[in-house]
Design a protein around this ligand. Structure first.
Ligand SMILES: *Cc1c(COP(=O)(O)O)cnc(C)c1O
Length: 408
């Protein structure tokens, strides 16, 4: 059965009943999908010394982090706070890489003192690291390979104009700083962007990283980032993961031979591990038959799932309550006072007030990008694993909304 079939049952648990039990909007995660995705990566990269580092900004629910740890998956964190969450989920600093983007050096110092390996993304940061730590701590470098790839301009991170990483064109300057402070560079990293379907962009940036590697004798790790595409639509061309894994593995192993040593290959997927595991369940509040469009309003909005408005991303929608209903054309919109389309001109089974709709691919960058805009509560979250549905985050209350407000 495809991820896009109108199937209201996950591991024997009825989603409509779940929506009734815990209320809507509700994020539901299927742990078996995460297990499957981890296994797929291990299978396709089985010819290498692979380490998977979940880019946890995609989903920081502690239950998800715990599941990752149980599966032997490490983490890539982008803030000290994400590391604190990782610790709560049982991770130790050695299992976590820290890839901040322009963060305050005071935060970075705290993270390094806590034992995290820094993935440095600017020359000033590298110099600061050298002055402060010299060769006493390992350091990784995030390179910007100047390759444009990814689903759209907003999610590309390795093209020349991107803010991320240190341009490979600055290699002389990088090496000058590294030598001046005797910095021990143990890893080279790059992250190209998101929604990358084919092996070619990965191979292209890998070449840039491999070329740079000759300058660094202490490498233990090559980190090729995340960005592996998953399907968002029923007719999406899917990535041939077997082929992608084989192509990258073969080239990586060749590189290790020329480098003279076997290195670890790291990948740090977010979406690939958690996008498909998640569904956002919402309830239809009102159906408005406007002369121009039929609007199906739901009890959620861009405050809970911002990706359609932020990136123009597609989320497949199913009407779980009326799977055999006549197909009609809808704009599915939220309840926020702001334009918040979830879908425009979408053919869906007839939507009636009270119907439960399922937004697919909501496991990555869903809850983790949610807000309290319009003073709405953020959704509850449920993890289904081993055939059991567990509430892993309760819905917010008014107390939560005002908890940090003082002096009124
Ligand atoms: C966000 C991020 C990722 C994950 O990207 P996906 O497209 O979700 O796989 C990986 N690495 C870094 C450094 C990131 O910031």
């Amino acid at each position: 059965m495809s991820n896009f079939d109108n199937n209201p049952v996950v591991q024997g648990i009825d989603l409509i009943a779940l929506a009734a039990q815990f209320g809507t909007p509700l994020y539901v995660y299927d742990g078996s999908v995460i297990r499957r995705q981890v296994q797929t990566l291990r299978d396709v990269f089985s010819g290498t010394d692979l380490r998977i580092k979940f880019a946890c900004k995609a989903n920081t629910n502690l239950a998800i982090l715990r599941l990752m740890r149980e599966l032997g998956v490490g983490l890539d964190v982008v803030s000290l706070q994400e590391f604190k969450l990782a610790e709560m989920a049982g991770f130790t600093a050695g299992e976590v890489t820290y890839t901040p983007s322009g963060a305050d050096f005071a935060e970075i110092a705290e993270a390094i003192e806590a034992g995290l390996t820094l993935n440095a993304d600017s020359i000033p940061l590298l110099r600061w690291f050298g002055e402060r730590f010299g060769s006493s701590k390992p350091c990784m470098i995030r390179l910007k390979p100047n390759v444009a790839a990814g689903g759209n301009a907003k999610i590309m991170t390795a093209h020349a104009e991107s803010k991320f990483g240190i341009s490979v064109l600055l290699m002389d300057e990088i090496l000058e700083v590294v030598r001046q402070y005797d910095i021990k560079i143990t890893g080279l990293h790059q992250h190209t962007g998101s929604d990358i379907k084919d092996a070619e962009p990965f191979l292209q940036v890998a070449e840039v990283v491999f070329n740079a590697a000759a300058n660094f004798p202490d490498l233990e790790v090559i980190d090729l980032g995340g960005g592996f595409k998953v399907s968002y639509r029923p007719d999406d061309a899917v990535t041939d993961m077997q082929l992608l894994g084989r192509k990258i593995s073969d080239r990586f192993n060749e590189f290790c031979q020329s480098y003279g040593r076997k290195l670890n290959l790291w990948v740090e997927p977010g979406k690939f591990l958690v996008s498909e595991c998640g569904t956002l369940l919402v309830k239809t509040t009102v159906v408005k038959e406007d002369p121009a469009k039929t609007f199906a309003h739901v009890d959620s909005g861009l405050n809970h799932l911002i990706r359609p408005m932020m990136y123009g991303s597609y989320h497949h929608i199913l009407n779980l309550s009326n799977p055999a209903g006549d197909l009609k054309l809808y704009n599915v919109v939220g309840y926020i006072c702001e334009t918040d389309n979830f879908a425009e001109d979408r053919m869906l089974n007839e939507i009636r007030p009270g119907d439960v709709l399922a937004f697919k691919n909501a496991g990555a960058y869903g809850f983790s990008m949610s807000s309290n805009y319009n003073s709405r509560f953020r959704p509850a979250e449920v993890l289904i694993d081993g055939g059991v549905a567990r509430l892993v985050r309760r819905r917010e209350t008014l107390e939560d909304l005002v908890a940090t407000q003082t002096g009124f």
